[in-house]
Unconditional design. Structure first.
Lengths: 325, 300
């Protein structure tokens, strides 16, 4: 599976790109070809400027908090409150703040451990959810069996169920089954992604032709082989999209771990930072506020990098939800 | 065509293979979705007391939920929240998706990437950042409001709390909605738009009369998902309450009420009943909006 996931999206059978720059150039040309030249719309002069200004304004709104967290990750607690929020201040304690993330300050838990936990939950939970969704989406899209439609609608209806109606009973069940403070209590529920199944089914409908599957059957291929060799390579953009969405969903999940974990060495980042934020106000511990800030920064950096790296794989897949109905 | 000597045998084989693909998911779905929901409904029908243990309570917990005014205040609050936040966010998202689709802004790809960044920020971290930015004493935005003449603005006061949360959620989700709308707009066939241009159709008409109707399925899906999210608003108010404990009440949103009732007060039965009621509210609102749309002929 990992080898096919690294292959380029199959629906653009362009010759192998010689270099990164060449690939970029080709992509830009493709984009230009699919866009109607703006002169044709008969736009007034200044439209481009006005549109760009709007983009700049919204980009500022988007980046202000990010800029703020970068600047303030370099400050002491006193400077955090007493100096101008949008500029640096002396002393520059970024690396000191960073080093706090490896320590168990105040006994609330160690950030580094939370980071590891989050990565573990996101990889196992998000990856597992994607695998289950890919199988199920293919099953629902390309097989008709007794009750398949009813089952699919049941899965969609699950979107309407509030997380509280799932999490509170899970907590009560875990208490009886000694799953409180077990990583499986977090990972196993993360495997269920109704949105993932819905997206994968839609994607298979449009990107894996029935004729191809029938042809493989005539050639005598088994169903598992057809899935891995014929269908899966065609599903890569969809799989990447669902993988990214599932990983982000688990990475950012707050409610489930907040309810089920009582030992702080099992916390994911969200619950840990939430705890720090809560205690920083009351405890008077002079290090917690800077730790909340630098902890927040270190939390978002891996995901932003993941997005930028995987961008070209999943963008095409985002459409898939919208073709339904 | 393959030879089919045993038609029923072939059909049954298909049946089994299809189920084989679906079963792993269905097992997880049953254990971690259907079973907990069933248990929530079961629990909501019982009462647990320190003395006397667990007894069947019938609808008593539901009666209590229906009589809890603050639960319904919370329900109305999240409905107002969604009714304001979702249209504003979708309008902004559609506006920028259109700009990028037309290619009328410079550096379109760069802006698209920037707008999507908040999706990578957990709600917890987003709420923490905005708490600092808007903090009533030292927040830079509070200073800015002071500087331009709005003195003593408190973004966390009871009257401004909901607008503050609306801004935070718009910040978090506009980029994601924009990317989906952009991708949908890209799929509008080029010749349709070209024909309109040849007819001298003004640009606003091309956007609102041709493109908008063609991306309606995407918009319907986004409304549906955003409504479900809005009704379960939880993380942002909870984190804000850490910074401003007096600003967010025990039952500020239904999910906060359910959480505090269960985890804070250990009233699991009551909390389960409230969770079931919230689920029914979500179902009712979704069905009503679906029926409303169908009456307007959009699903015909």
């Amino acid at each position: 599976m990992s080898t096919s996931a690294l292959a380029p999206p199959p629906e653009t059978p362009s010759p192998p790109a010689t270099s990164r720059r060449e690939r970029r150039r080709r992509k830009r040309l493709e984009e230009q070809a699919s866009t109607i030249p703006i002169e044709l719309y008969g736009l007034r002069r200044g439209t481009v400027t006005a549109a760009t200004v709007c983009c700049v304004l919204f980009a500022l709104f988007t980046l202000v908090p990010i800029y703020w967290i970068v600047v303030n990750s370099t400050k002491t607690q006193a400077n955090l409150f007493e100096t101008f929020g949008f500029w640096f201040a002396r002393p520059f304690v970024f690396f000191h703040n960073l080093s706090l993330l490896t320590q168990n300050v105040g006994g609330y838990g160690t950030y580094l451990q939370w980071l590891g936990n989050t990565a573990l939950y996101a990889v196992l939970g998000g990856g597992g959810a994607t695998a289950l969704a890919a199988f199920a989406g293919y099953g629902f899209a390309r097989f008709r069996f007794r009750g398949s439609r009813a089952l699919f609608y049941l899965v969609i209806a699950a979107l309407l169920v509030p997380i509280t109606a799932i999490t509170i009973p899970l907590y009560l069940t875990y208490a009886k089954a000694h799953l409180i403070n077990s990583i499986w209590g977090m990972i196993l529920p993360s495997l269920v992604s109704p949105v993932g199944v819905y997206l994968m089914r839609t994607y298979v409908e449009v990107s894996v032709p029935r004729e191809l599957i029938d042809a493989a059957r005539i050639d005598g291929a088994g169903e598992a082989r057809i899935f891995f060799r014929v269908a899966l390579p065609l599903m890569v953009p969809g799989v990447m999209t669902v993988l990214l969405l599932s990983v982000v969903l688990v990475w950012n999940n707050y409610f489930l771990p907040l309810v089920i974990f009582s030992k702080n060495n099992l916390y994911p980042l969200t619950v840990g930072i939430g705890l720090w934020a809560q205690r920083a106000q009351g405890s008077g511990n002079a290090q917690l506020f800077p730790m909340v800030v630098i902890g927040g920064l270190v939390t978002i950096v891996p995901l932003i990098i993941l997005f930028l790296v995987l961008q070209r794989y999943w963008r095409g897949g985002l459409l898939l939800g919208s073709i339904a109905n | 065509m393959p030879r089919r000597p045993h038609r029923s045998g072939w059909a049954r084989r298909m049946d089994r293979r299809g189920l084989g693909f679906v079963t792993p998911f269905l097992i997880a779905f049953g254990l971690f979705m259907v079973a907990p929901l069933g248990y929530a409904i079961y629990t909501s029908l019982y009462t647990t007391r320190l003395i006397g243990g667990t007894t069947f309570a019938g609808a008593a917990n539901y009666t209590q939920v229906f009589e809890t005014g603050q639960f319904w205040t919370g329900v109305i609050r999240v409905i107002i929240f969604g009714a304001i936040q979702i249209p504003i966010m979708l309008a902004i998202a559609f506006f920028f998706a259109t700009i990028f689709d037309l290619g009328v802004a410079k550096f379109g790809r760069l802006f698209r990437t920037i707008f999507f960044i908040p999706f990578a920020v957990p709600a917890v971290v987003a709420a923490v950042m905005w708490s600092f930015l808007l903090e009533p004493q030292f927040g830079p935005f509070t200073h800015a409001a002071n500087a331009i003449g709005f003195h003593n603005v408190n973004f966390f006061s009871s009257s401004l709390m909901l607008p503050t949360i609306i801004v935070i959620v718009i910040w978090e989700w506009t980029g994601y909605n924009m990317v989906i709308l952009y991708t949908a707009l890209k799929s509008v066939p080029r010749d349709v738009v070209e024909a309109a241009i040849l007819d001298d159709t003004p640009l606003w008409k091309i956007i609102l009369r041709i493109k908008l109707p063609m991306v309606r399925p995407a918009i319907v899906m986004l409304v549906f998902l955003n409504v479900i999210g809005a009704l379960q608003l939880f993380t942002e108010p909870l984190i804000l309450s850490y910074f401003q404990p007096q600003a967010v009440s025990f039952a500020y949103t239904p999910t906060l009420y359910i959480y505090n009732t269960a985890i804070g007060n250990s009233q699991y039965n009551l909390s389960a009943a409230a969770a079931v009621v919230l689920g029914l509210v979500i179902v009712i609102i979704s069905v009503v909006s679906l029926v409303f749309r169908r009456r307007r002929g959009e699903f015909a």
